[in-house]
Design a protein around this ligand. Structure first.
Ligand code: GLN
Length: 486
């Protein structure tokens, strides 16, 4: 049996499994080998070797009996290591949770299993999903598969690397302010942040609960759909989840691109975006127009205001969410014999610098009168951005904008400005709770992925995916292209 093409579309792999051209065991074995071969990029924190192979064998046996299998049966899927799993450890990329084994599975994990997916491992992330580089992970330094000297983006960097390199057919990440879309853009894969409430957050370790949302990374836009369908739906364990169907033709569901009105932002709004990404945006607009879409000039509150507001709001939520890491309930087993105060301070010392900065910023905002004023302003901007998007999306079907101001940047000596601006264009959809997707648009002259972002209407992922399919230009990663760059 020739080894399967691991960078083929998930839908092609599913078809091969369905027809028996490929067994789940063969696909899992090949994926585990690819995880091993691409280990230098440090995508995975934990590989679920034996249970994944056993599960695959079970899938094959079910199929051989002619019994019903789920829509993801036998497909190797990776999980960001902030989704709790009974079978594998969950560390959130933090020393604090080293050795932590959750007593239950996140709802999205249960649903992947119910759909028959083979869970191949847990992927690297910025500690507690705070960051845009994946370099604040305490136990690994993930690298961009197109140029190992560059960041894969973050915080779902490990999931993006795994998908780009064929070390998973698809992966789950989490997106609070851009953590699925930005690494997807840097690694040349598709990244969907669904509408807030579309997917259950039960078992997703909380960073900023008002914005956290589980997201999907895949190599092709069409591959998002089966995963989204398997995961979506109300969950009694998360009352923010919604029953809205994923695909339901409604009056607002445009059947042709000609029925779509695409909002395009003015040049002034895009200040600071690298020229080649501006050109990518312009070419995408032209293609959409050539397909019959109507492009309409629109505007939104300045992205920098949204970013500042997001940074404040997410820090205060992180401050309260991370309060549970006090050495009593989670983490730092070695501190357990200490008196309470020592236990708390020893546990807190285990946080990395990025998390400590956020906690300090969050406590300043919550306790200092000047901080309180800033927080009130941030709340006002949150409302403004939320309302501006809603008003806009009553007029247009979706908005076209960059994912990031730059392509993947160097891992070392990153200019502070570049770091600070990484979330400039992703936080808007997070504040507004809207679905947004990062779509690959081929490679630049240096061989680095380019991408654009589409933001859609509440619970209208269907239109977002449909339009994204018209403009996607997949990036085809291969060992050879990687070897040339290394
Ligand atoms: N980069 C953003 C931050 O560090 C977003 C992180 C995320 O979406 N989890 O806050």
């Amino acid at each position: 049996m020739p080894s399967p093409n691991l960078t083929a579309p998930l839908t092609t792999l599913a078809q091969a499994l369905h027809t028996g051209a490929l067994t789940a065991h063969e696909l899992t074995e090949a994926t585990l080998q690819q995880i091993q071969a691409t280990q230098p990029y440090e995508a995975y924190l934990y590989v679920n070797r034996a249970p994944a192979l056993a599960w695959a064998q079970q899938c094959d046996a079910t199929r051989a009996r002619g019994a019903m299998t789920g829509c993801l049966a036998g497909l190797p899927i990776a999980l960001k290591d902030n989704l709790v799993t009974q079978e594998m450890p969950t560390t959130c990329g933090s020393r604090l949770l080293a050795g932590y084994q959750a007593p239950y599975d996140a709802t999205v994990v249960t649903r992947l299993r119910d759909a028959g997916a083979v869970l191949v491992g847990k992927t690297a992330l910025d500690e507690f999903a705070m960051g845009s580089t994946s370099q604040s992970c305490a136990t690994s330094a993930p690298k961009n598969p197109w140029d190992a000297a560059r960041v894969p983006g973050g915080s779902s960097g490990g999931s993006a690397i795994a998908v780009a390199t064929g070390a998973a057919a698809a992966a789950l990440g989490s997106d609070t302010g851009g953590s699925v879309r930005q690494p997807a853009a840097f690694c040349g894969v598709v990244g969907l942040k669904p509408t807030y409430g579309r997917l259950s957050r039960f078992g997703l370790v909380a960073f900023a609960s008002s914005f956290d949302q589980v997201g999907i990374l895949s190599r092709y836009v069409a591959d998002v759909e089966p995963v989204l369908l398997a995961l979506a739906g109300p969950d009694p364990c998360d009352t923010t989840t919604h029953a809205a169907p994923v695909f339901s033709p409604s009056p607002s569901f445009p059947l042709h691109l000609a029925d779509c009105r695409i909002g395009v932002l003015p040049e002034a709004w895009l200040q600071g975006v690298e020229p080649e990404l501006q050109q990518t945006l312009e070419r995408t607009r032209e293609e959409l127009a050539a397909h019959g879409a109507t492009c309409v000039p629109v505007t939104l509150p300045p992205p920098r205001e949204a970013l500042t507001a997001y940074q404040a709001l997410s820090a205060v939520e992180a401050m309260s969410n991370l309060a549970r890491y006090d050495g009593l309930r989670y983490g730092c087993a070695k501190a357990l014999t200490q008196p309470f105060d020592a236990r708390v301070s020893q546990t807190r010392a285990e946080f990395g610098n990025e998390a400590k900065c956020r906690l300090l910023w969050g406590s300043f905002l919550l306790t200092d009168p000047a901080g309180h004023e800033l927080l009130c302003r941030a709340r006002a901007v949150w409302r403004q951005v939320h309302d501006a998007y809603r008003t806009l999306l009553a007029e247009v079907t979706l908005v076209l904008l960059p994912v990031t101001p730059s392509v993947a940047f160097p891992r070392l000596d990153t200019p502070p400005d570049t770091l600070a601006n990484a979330d400039l264009f992703t936080v808007g959809a997070s504040l507004a709770g809207l679905p947004a997707i990062s779509v690959p648009r081929g490679l630049n002259a240096q061989g680095l992925p380019l991408a654009v972002q589409l933001v859609g209407r509440t619970f209208d992922e269907a239109t977002l995916l449909r339009v994204a399919q018209h403009v996607e230009q997949p990036c085809h990663w291969s060992e050879r292209s990687a070897a040339e760059l290394l």
